[in-house]
Ligand binder design. Sequence first.
Ligand code: B16
Ligand code: MG
Length: 216
Amino acid sequence: MDIKAVIFDLDGVLVTTDELHFAAWKALAEELGINGFTKADNARQRGVSRMASLEVVLEKTDRKFSNEEKTALAEKKNNMYVKSLSGLSRSDVLPGVFEFIEYIKSKGIKAAVGSASKNTPLILEKTELADKFDAVSCGLDTTRSKPDPEVFLIAANKLGVAPCDCAVVEDSDAGIEAAKAGGMYAIAVGAAAHNPKADISVKDLESLYKALSILA
Ligand code: B16
Ligand code: MG
C-alpha cells in the first residue's frame, strides 16, 4: 500500500464541533416537546447530512411535518449551531491534529478535508486550519451524503490522487462505509473505533501521530 493522500473528516476528527451539533439538536428537540434526545440518538447523526440528522430527531415524535416545515426546522437548528460556532478557535482543534498534518506533509503525503458539513469553510477559518489542506470537499460540493463516497471521491479528484491511494480518517460509521465504498483505506477514530469495516482503529489522531513518529 502506498498512501499518497489523507482525507480528514471534520466534525469529531479535526474539531470538537460534534458537541455543538448535539447541543443545537437537543435544543431544537426540546422546542418540539421532545425531552429524551440523547447522545445515543446524536451518535446516529454523526457524518450524515443536516436533513438526515433532522429525521433522527423527528423519529422521536408522532407529529408530522411538511417538507417546508422540515426545511425551516433544519434552518433553525443551523442558526443555533452557527451562533455557537462564534467562540470557536484554534483551541477547539482536537489533540494531535496539527502535528499529524505536519507529519504527513513532511512525508510528501497530501492532506484534504472530506466533510458533510456546509459550515466547513467557516469552521476551518475560525480554527486556523484553513491553510493546512491541499483540497477541501464538503457539503457545499456534494449531492449525496455519507455513506455515499461522493464527498471523498471529490476530495481525491481535487487532489489529483487515485481513490485507492487515499486514506480516510473518520469518526462516524457512515463515513467508514463511505470510505470503503470509495475504495479507500479507512482509519476509524473516536466513536467509529469499534467499526469492524475500518482497516485500522485508533483512539484519536494524537495516538496515531505518537505511534507513527516513534517509528519514523
Ligand atoms: P451541517 P462531518 C457532519 O460533519 C456532522 O458530523 C453531522 O452531524 C452533520 O449533520 C453534517 O456534518 C452536516 O453539517 O449542518 O453543518 O451542514 O462529520 O462530515 O465533518
Ligand atoms: Mg465526523
